[in-house]
Each structure stands twice: as C-alpha cells, then as structure tokens.
Design a protein around this ligand. Structure first.
Ligand code: NAD
Length: 260
C-alpha cells in the first residue's frame, strides 16, 4: 500500500481532541485521509488542533462539535461532515465504583457515549458507504470488551456491547465493500487512564507507581502501556486492501492481556 493510500477518503473520528482518537486521526491523516475531529466542546483550540493537523499532513481537517451522549447529535455529526468513508467510534468515558454504589447518571452516560453513540453514527454513515460500495467502521472497544474487571460495570457492559455491534454491522454490510471491526486496546496512557489513577489509588490504597504496575498493568504481560500511535497504525491497517476480508472481529493491542 502506498504511504498515502487513503487520499480522497474522508474519516470521522469521534472523541478525537485528545488521546487515542487524536492518535487515530493523526495516523489516518498521515495516510492521506481527510479527517473530521470531534468532541463536545467548541473552543478555538479544538478548531486550531484540526487546522494544524490538516496543514501538517496536507489534508482537509475539520473540527465539528457534537455531544456523543445525544443520539441526534451523533447523527447530525455524520450529516455535517457530508458522510464518511471511514467511521471511527472512539468517544468514551469511564467511572469506577462497585455495582451497588454505581451512580445511575454515570451508568446512563457511559452506555450513551461508549455504546449508543456508535449505533447512531453507524446508522447515519452506512447509507453513504453502501452507495459508494466502500467503507470502514472501526470501533474502539477495549480489552474490557472481551474480559471483565471489578468496579467498571458500565464500561465493561458498553465495551462488550460495542464488540457485538461491530459483529452485527459486519454481517449486515458483508460483501458490499464495507468492513466493521473492533480494536481492543489494553492500557494506553491517555487522559482517560490518567484520570483513573486517583480513583484506583483510593480503591486499592496504593501509591501511584504501585497502582500502575500492580493494578493497571497487572494483566498486561508486556508491562508496557500501548501507544496511541500503535492504535492509529492498527486503524490504518484495517483501512487497507490487505484487511478487506477482516470483518466482524476484534483486534487486540494489549501486550498479551487477553492471552492470559
Ligand atoms: P480520552 O479521555 O483522552 O479521550 C476521550 C475522548 O472522548 C476525548 O476526546 C473526549 O473529549 C471525548 N468525549 C468524551 N465525552 C464525549 C462526548 N459526550 N461527546 C463527544 N466526545 C466526547 O481517553 P482515551 O483513553 O483516548 O479513550 C478513547 C477511547 O479508547 C475510549 O472509548 C476508551 O474507552 C478507549 N480505550 C482506552 C484505553 C486506554 O487505556 N486509554 C484502553 C482501551 C480502550
């Protein structure tokens, strides 16, 4: 595949003004795709981030505000972008608590942002992909889409749901030039993970270094965080011709977590 084999393709990456989403947008732009960045904020720096990324890679990059907790805004994002060839459902939040203490508003928000948003954007994007006979739906699930841990009920339920949604999307789109898959990262050091550290320190009564080594990377045999570049590279691979028959499955980028 040529280095800019995605030239002329348009990608939407939800939740992409930081972390993994930004890494995926960066990798897709480096491969030549025009990109739409998104989050729920509408700050000058969000638009500047897109402008800078686009200029650096010689592609069109736009930032479109849409709150992924709201179904209508998810669908409006796809419409405002003018549809897309590559849809990366990445927006996500986390909350850590025992089930009996889990705040209902957090449960609802996690299911909406981490799972239902992918249903809405996929529903809005598929007709355009069918019309072109080409498309890639890439859902950023998690090792927690394949395995569980205590205290993360909503996140694990949502991520298992994302894996299921990817499979159904793949079956409905099979044979029409469209693939749908879930990337399942282990721990990647991003703001979302950073924000979990204080909670984990409290829950486990440990200092920062111990919680990282013994709790967060406890199940990651490599004992190394995955990087946003590695997730981006996996997304680019899924867009390639080599991956055209990879559909309805999960790709783990987890340092061996799910081999245990
Ligand atoms: P992050 O906090 O850096 O990024 C999350 C992104 O989602 C941000 O851009 C944020 O603005 C956006 N977002 C949050 N709420 C939103 C909303 N209502 N509407 C639109 N955008 C919203 O976190 P991250 O670690 O980069 O996580 C990205 C995805 O990767 C998530 O789905 C997460 O579950 C998944 N993931 C992360 C890890 C990890 O270790 N970091 C591991 C596995 C899976």
């Amino acid at each position: 595949m040529s280095e800019t084999f995605l030239r002329g393709r348009r990608a939407i990456v939800t939740g992409s003004n930081s972390g993994i989403g930004l890494g995926v947008a960066e990798a897709l732009a480096a491969a030549g795709a025009d990109v739409v960045l998104n989050s729920f904020t509408d700050r000058p720096e969000d638009h500047a981030l897109a402008a800078e990324l686009g200029a650096r890679h010689g592609v069109t990059a736009r930032y479109i505000k849409a709150d992924m907790s709201k179904g209508a805004e998810c669908r409006a994002l796809v419409e405002a972008a003018g549809g897309c060839d590559i849809l990366v459902n990445n927006a996500g939040i986390q909350h850590v608590a025992r089930i009996e203490d889990f705040p209902v508003d957090k449960w609802d928000a996690i299911i909406a942002i981490n799972l239902s948003s992918a249903f809405h954007t996929t529903a809005a994007a598929l007709p355009g992909m069918y019309a072109k006979g080409w498309g890639r739906v890439i859902n950023i699930a998690s090792a927690h889409g394949l395995t569980a841990s205590p205290f993360k009920a909503a996140y694990i339920a949502a991520k298992h749901g994302v894996v299921g949604l990817s499979k159904t999307t793949a079956l409905e789109a099979a044979g029409r030039g469209i693939t749908a898959n879930a990337i399942c990262p282990g721990y990647v050091l991003t703001p979302l993970v950073e924000a979990q550290i204080p909670d984990q320190m409290k829950t486990h009564n440990m200092d920062r270094e111990t919680v990282i080594r013994e709790v967060m990377l406890e199940r990651q045999p490599s004992k190394q965080f995955a990087t946003t570049d590695q997730i981006g590279g996996t997304a680019v691979f899924l867009c390639s011709e080599a991956a055209a028959q990879i559909t309805g499955t999960t790709i783990s980028v987890d340092g061996g977590w799910t081999a245990l």
